[in-house]
Design a protein around this ligand. Structure first.
Ligand SMILES: [Cu+2]
Length: 450
């Protein structure tokens, strides 16, 4: 052993005994489990440094215990059943009873010790996306450390050197394990609670699955053709609304672990990205947006002052991502007259219904016979009719007089008199056409003459 190795070894020993001195428990922290898909609003922390907890849409935050100065968590990788929406259950892999997994919340400067127990039929690992930590804690199976075999528990331990918006996911058989729903949020709150304060802090992960109508398990070999576009493994109409008190400062944190980008669009407001998975964005580098693209493998957090009351749609702007499962090989029949063909087919198949000759809006209303465990492709009813939306869609509900900590659904917004689009029943003016003499600014022969 040379002097350098001796010193390194000595330092390691000193650190180990210091860590032991801090450790009060010899047993693992309890592995909490929560199998309801309802949003669980975390309590304000009763010990350790204070912070304003995030609200994970249709999710929850993982409990912890303080062991000396170390915040200890226990993640369990395991098969789970997830109700994606009423009437549709998926058999996924996740953590602690859920896919997506529970949100881990801690505070900048804290040391965390995360026990990971593997109850999957194959090995796994956990990568802490965006966190600055020792190479051996980075969770790339085979590179950072050996993958965690089935039935075994590994321990990750590191200091949280900065606050921000991060996530975790396996880095072992990633294609299968992420296609099965293994992912979660990791939020590190600022040490100073007065830094970037908000009243409401929402978080969700974008996850996509390929689950054939009538089946329960995602096809894990799919590369591009997914059909379930989810937030935290939930689809509209059963993604919870983002309930906000008028005047609140609001943050929405969104991470993308699907195979494609998602332009998240929110109505009624402009807003600014204040944080990425790389850290906080300096004020001088922010600009106003109404849609923000979330690249694959990235996170964005944006903020706004909730000054406009109402029910505001929030959704992915790729229109196929606000649809639920369907066959994607549907031909387009818009403008086709299928009456004759329908008559012929009805002789063989009673009740046959042609689809989509005037668009597909009628599919939001009709009750068609669907295979078991399948919900309509576009659904969800508002106060005035079907929304014709599914997948990555929810509603930001801004109301006066919502108490702090109250996230219960206030129902639909009632538009004040005179502020809602109405039907015109009077005479219509003559339609303007661009080939009429009085709508042509430059006559063509004039242009030709130059
Ligand atoms: Cu999308």
């Amino acid at each position: 052993m040379n002097r350098r190795q001796l010193l390194a070894g000595g330092a390691g020993l000193a650190m180990a005994s210091a860590a032991q001195a801090q450790t009060r428990f010899r047993d693992l922290p309890e592995a909490a489990s929560y199998d309801s898909p309802n949003t669980q609003v975390p309590p304000r922390p009763s010990n350790g440094p204070d912070y304003n907890p995030v609200v994970t849409l249709n999710g929850w935050s993982l409990p912890w215990r303080m062991n000396g100065n170390v915040k200890e968590f226990h993640l369990v990788a395991e098969p789970v059943e997830r109700i994606m929406a009423n009437g549709m259950m998926a058999r996924l892999w996740g953590y602690n009873g859920q896919s997506t997994g529970p949100t881990i919340e801690a505070v900048e400067g804290e040391r965390v010790r995360i026990y990971v127990t593997n109850r999957l039929p194959e090995h796994t690992s956990v990568h802490w996306h965006g966190l600055i930590l020792p190479s051996g804690m980075d969770g790339v199976g085979g590179l950072s450390h050996p993958a965690i075999p089935p039935g075994k528990t590994f321990v990750y331990e590191f200091d949280l050197t900065k606050s921000g918006t991060f996530m975790y996911h396996p880095h072992a058989d990633e294609m299968v394990q992420m296609a099965m729903g293994m992912m979660g949020l990791f939020i590190v709150h600022p040490r100073d609670p007065a830094y970037m304060p908000v009243d409401r802090d929402f978080a969700f992960l974008l996850a996509a699955y390929d689950i054939d109508p009538g089946t329960y398990i995602p096809r894990v070999a799919e590369m591009t053709n997914f059909n379930m576009w989810t937030w935290n493994s939930r689809i509209f109409p059963d993604i919870d609304p983002l309930v906000v008190n008028k005047g609140d400062r609001v943050r929405v944190r969104c991470g993308n672990l699907t195979m494609t980008n998602h332009p998240i669009h929110m109505h009624g407001y402009d807003f600014e990205v204040t944080c990425t998975d790389g850290g906080w964005v300096p004020e001088s580098a922010r600009w106003p947006e109404v849609s923000i693209d979330i690249p694959v493998g990235a996170m964005r957090a944006y903020e706004f002052d909730a000054v406009h009351e109402g029910d505001w749609a929030i959704h992915c702007h790729k229109s196929h991502h606000t649809m639920n499962a369907m066959g994607h090989d549907l031909p387009t029949f818009i403008g086709a007259d299928k009456r004759k063909l329908t008559g012929m087919i009805r002789k063989e198949t009673r009740g046959y219904m042609p689809m989509g000759t005037a668009g597909m809006a009628d599919m939001g209303e009709m009750s068609m016979e669907l295979p078991d465990n399948t919900i309509p492709m576009m659904t969800g009813w508002g106060p005035y009719g079907p929304l014709e939306m599914g997948g990555m869609f929810s509603v930001v509900k801004v109301r006066e007089g919502i108490a702090p900590g109250d996230y219960s659904d206030p129902g639909w917004y009632e538009n004040p008199p005179g502020t809602e689009a109405w039907e015109w029943t009077g005479e219509l003016p003559e339609e303007a056409r661009n080939d009429r003499p009085d709508t042509i600014i430059s006559p063509r022969d004039h242009v030709r003459r130059g």
